[in-house]
Write a protein that binds this ligand. Sequence first.
Ligand code: NAD
Ligand code: MG
Length: 403
Amino acid sequence: MMQQITILGATGSIGSSTLDVIGRHPERYQVYALTANTNVDVQAKLCLQWTPRFAVMNDEDSAAELRKRLQAENCPTRVLSGENGLLQVVEDDAVECVVAAIVGAAGLVPTLAAARAGKRVLLANKEALVMSGQLFIDTARENNAVLLPVDSEHNAIFQCMPDSLTQHHSSVKMTNQAANSGIERILLTASGGPFRTWSAEQLQDVTPEQAVNHPNWDMGRKISVDSATLMNKGLELIEAYWLFDMDIANIDVVIHPQSVIHSMVTYSDGSVLAQLGNPDMRTPIAHTLAWPERIESGVEPLNIIDVAQLDFEKPDLQRFPCLRLCYQAIKTGGTATIVLNAANEIAVAAFLDEKIGFNDIAVLIEQALEKSEISSDVSSLEKILAADAKARIITNECIRAMQ
Ligand code: NAD
Ligand code: MG
């Protein structure tokens, strides 16, 4: 049976890796819809190549431009726009699987809608889960969504979990059972980013170009900066907390510069299970697309002799305070992680615009957490979006005060 797939964020790094894997299995997968922000050039190319039933652009101007270009090429793809367009291509009965690969808070509404519609949700958009936590997990569980982690670390952890936990469905179903299965700790590996060995002084002068140049992974600009500040690992800590229902005290962040071990799970008998592979997102994408089966992904086989050496070290929370702030926010709970995420998005955009320095990102997040009124009520999408909007205003004020 052909599986109909909607890809949210098709023009991005995860979107393009997903299409690469899908293209290797035309007998299994069909592209139902591709969504993008405003990049009409790339979206038009993708539509001509994949002829999805629908294409969605963020705004109506981009949609009108795409419509014009597709008509000129006699492409039958229908073009929609905005949130309604996203909801339509996520909720449609014909769609079985939704790849959530929009970057940042912009992905929350359609990703949560996919969970509510009981879809198979391939989650790359970690910010959506960081923002909505319990609401997202509850929504997925109540609607029998199959939630599969694309993020390489969480995908590795999922693969290292016992079959007895995962065979019935996805990570959402394994919650509360981990302790009974002898699982003791999760070891979340991190490359350490491009500035792992830099001093605090050196970090002051980091340019956007240096920050987006990751040593091991080829990713979008925002997540590349997050990897450089270790914010990405902090967001992943929060992601693991929700996906695997694991106490934060039982999740260790381990710096592993080779990015060959994608994470580990330790058991009560002393066993440590790890998932290894070349750092290429097509592996976790192929795993989640086909799970519980396995399909070819196009990733080069790992040559362990070439790797030769695996190193591990502790993260340095002094030089990389973003990770410390993530620990703090998850401990505070409520809207704290929403504020943290929103402040980070605004700060990273300002850094990429060369309005603030690299070390200012953490300063701004800390200020936003201090200045925001943290509420324990995160029970509805409206409340979550309101906290997000407020935190963005506060962070922008902090940026102005810095100038
Ligand atoms: P990217 O910047 O390359 O792509 C982002 C996609 O989202 C694009 O298609 C863009 O058009 C779309 N988009 C951006 N803003 C939007 C908006 N306001 N409305 C609608 N669509 C919008 O990012 P990426 O690297 O592919 O990352 C996507 C997500 O996957 C992020 O949440 C990231 O943390 C996560 N992730 C990425 C990687 C990776 O290797 N790239 C690994 C793990 C997790
Ligand atoms: Mg990751």
